[in-house]
Design a protein around this ligand. Sequence first.
Ligand SMILES: NC(=O)c1ccc[n+]([C@@H]2O[C@H](COP(=O)([O-])OP(=O)(O)OC[C@H]3O[C@@H](n4cnc5c(N)ncnc54)[C@H](OP(=O)(O)O)[C@@H]3O)[C@@H](O)[C@H]2O)c1
Length: 303
Amino acid sequence: MPLSDVKAEAAKVLVIGGGYSGLRFARAAAAQGMGVTLTRRQKAGNDASSALRWLVCDPERGLVPPLSELVGTTEVLVTVPPDRQGRDPVFASLAPLLAQLPLQWLGYLSTTGVYGDQAGGWVGEGATPRPGLPRSQARLACEQLWLGSGLPVQVFRLPAIYGPGRTPFQKLRDGSSRMIHKPGQVFSRIHVDDIASSLLFCRQLPAAQRPELLNLADDEPCPSSQTLGYAAHLLGCKLPAVESFDRLAGELSPMALSFWAENRRVSNRRLCRELGYQLRYPSYRQGYRACLAEELSGVSTPK
Ligand SMILES: NC(=O)c1ccc[n+]([C@@H]2O[C@H](COP(=O)([O-])OP(=O)(O)OC[C@H]3O[C@@H](n4cnc5c(N)ncnc54)[C@H](OP(=O)(O)O)[C@@H]3O)[C@@H](O)[C@H]2O)c1
């Protein structure tokens, strides 16, 4: 039996934050035979036919799973972002519990926002983080909290996440999408299944070979008008008229404006060249085709 199968069989995984990426990762881990428990803030019914077990975890309301529910957990994925005050909502309550478990790996999902604006340049993990936005400054502090916990933490920095249910298709269909052009602006992205697969790839690497920081991004950062154009091509629908960012800026929400304020190309060199992970979706083209096929097949996807 290959080593990876032996490890998968024995693994007991806890996903703290079973949202979009957490649930997709959980399903992929369960498909490899691992026992998987996920948390969310609301009470969730456990379905006997499902391999996934749900627990409530909402430390802000004093709801933390008891240690007895977590016994034997060997791997943990944390997807919970900082709260509105910029604090990690789960660290203080959960880290002492996790320290009592036989953990071999803890993945923490972060953001490439910690690099700040790079004026469109490539950025790798060796760059000194210079977060410009308050939420990215908070994120960097959360990364440091987890990295300093003494747990076997690996931080994964993510650009825009897309996947089934998180594509431009719906807005193109209902006519609400906008094609915004800002000269020189690009965005990096990653398909949610490449998040799940690369996490599974990393957890089975020998501990000494796991980098503490890892960007998860595809090969092709590009303007959002380019990805929108391809999505419209796949749907066979008309593209909205191009609008200049400068003319539109006054209409955009502060959150949308913050995304357009930073420009960087996220390098996956460490993941793909140094560690040898092979992307399932090297660009939005393969990714969007797969998303459309999954959406049309009627498989339900959250959020
Ligand atoms: N979306 C993107 O494009 C993007 C880009 C870069 C980085 N990221 C980061 O990557 C991670 C995964 O993203 P995602 O889109 O998969 O996230 P998501 O769907 O929003 O899932 C986040 C999970 O965290 C839980 N959570 C949030 N606040 C919590 C709190 N105060 N206490 C306990 N649990 C809490 C949520 O619980 P409920 O299920 O109860 O809501 C949910 O299960 C996040 O940290 C996100 O900020 C996202």
